[in-house]
Design a protein around this ligand. Structure first.
Ligand code: SF4
Length: 368
């Protein structure tokens, strides 16, 4: 056990532009080794992740990170600032099954992934492996195809301007008698310099990307959730925003087999595999949603117009300010209402929040 929430060792350095006093501060760099302006850096201390003292720069966003923040500010802080994550063997079975399906499909489509290593690393139970294998072998038996010309795991990389109105509360400090805005890096010339601006980065990955559309793979016990634009607008809207050439997404959603173990006959993984495999082949459209035997495809097409992109963009621009405000006030408060149900499951960090310390057996710090 260790108390990862104790940040008293950190020097709360004076926030000044381009002049950080803390010797542990690591400037964020892009792949060309250029310092990225306006982005909060990492901490060089062993076991630490992002700098907890820098309240001036934003952390790049993603649809999942703002989902975490909106669910519970503490959840965001634990994941994205302290960089805590559950060790894979402790994940719930639905997540393990989804991971295995993802890896199998990537491998099938030419991805550089290791199936055996994933099963071992995540300690995926044999019954889950049997069900996902049955799905994959049925997928091959049905000779399901995908359009060629895709890029696997293509990167989402976009930048928005956040424009602050003159009346916004934004903390500032005085440097050489000049008042400097802490969160923004320049003034907006179009508005007579009355407003401040700064860029915010949004990152992510497409499962499969083509010139004018993309596809998303999902394995779920409740596939209907992924077929309604209302519930998936944050992720899909982000992906549409990142590339204006994209016209539609194909949601390739697969029903996770719901067969229960037959305890009376002491059914093992092989029997489960056979039972599930036979059922999938006898009614493939129950499992591969939108299955078309002639076209050898499955999935549901959703068009860009079904998503409110402007609303999603404005949400990023607002949430980045709210995150900066929590950091400035050092107050990522807990939302107790979410503890029992984050994304349909109990929050994975309940033990940390209850005890204010962290088990090294269950959790680890993300790699920088
Ligand atoms: S356990 Fe509750 S308070 Fe803690 S991170 Fe999860 S949702 Fe937030």
């Amino acid at each position: 056990m260790r108390n990862l929430l104790d940040t008293s060792l950190c020097s709360k350095f004076e926030p000044t532009f381009n002049n950080r006093e803390c010797t542990f501060y690591q400037y964020p760099e892009d792949s060309n080794m250029n310092i990225i302006s306006g982005v909060c850096g990492f901490c060089k201390q062993p076991g630490a992740y992002r700098c907890v003292a820098d309240v001036t720069r934003h952390v790049p966003l993603s649809h999942s990170s703002i989902g975490d923040f909106l669910t519970c500010h503490r959840l965001y802080y634990l994941k994205k600032i302290l960089g805590i994550e559950m060790r894979p063997p402790f994940f719930g079975n639905p997540l393990k099954a989804g991971k295995l399906w993802d890896i199998l499909k990537q491998k099938h489509l030419g991805g550089n992934v290791e199936i055996k290593k994933t099963i071992e690393e995540y300690e995926i139970p044999p019954m889950i492996v049997a069900k996902v294998r049955a799905l994959y072998h049925a997928y091959k038996e049905l000779e399901i195809e995908v359009d060629l010309g895709y890029e696997l795991q293509a990167k989402v990389d976009m930048e928005y301007e956040v424009i602050l109105s003159p009346s916004s509360f934004i903390p500032s400090i005085s440097i050489n008698a000049e008042k400097v805005n802490l969160w923004a890096d320049r003034r907006d010339a179009k508005s007579d310099n009355r407003t401040w601006m700064f860029p915010v980065q949004v990152a992510g990955f497409y499962d499969r990307k083509y010139a004018t559309y993309f596809t998303e793979d999902k394995l779920s016990g409740r596939p209907e959730f992924y077929l309604d634009p209302f519930y998936i607008q944050s992720q899909m809207g982000t992906y549409f925003l990142a590339d204006p050439n994209l016209e539609y997404v194909i949601m390739e959603v697969v029903q996770f087999p719901q067969q229960r173990e037959n305890k009376k006959t002491e059914e093992g993984p092989d029997e489960m595999y056979n039972r599930v495999y036979g059922d999938i082949l006898s009614r493939p459209s129950k499992y591969f949603i939108g299955y078309d035997k002639q076209k050898k495809r499955y999935g549901k097409k959703l068009y860009k117009g079904e998503f409110n992109l402007e609303e999603i963009k404005r949400r990023y621009q607002q949430v980045v300010l709210e995150i900066l405000s929590c950091r400035y006030n050092d107050n990522f408060y807990k939302n107790f209402k979410a503890c029992g149900n984050t994304y349909g499951h109990p929050c994975e960090f309940q033990k940390i929040c209850m005890n204010e310390n962290i088990s090294d057996t269950m959790f680890r710090t993300r790699e920088k």
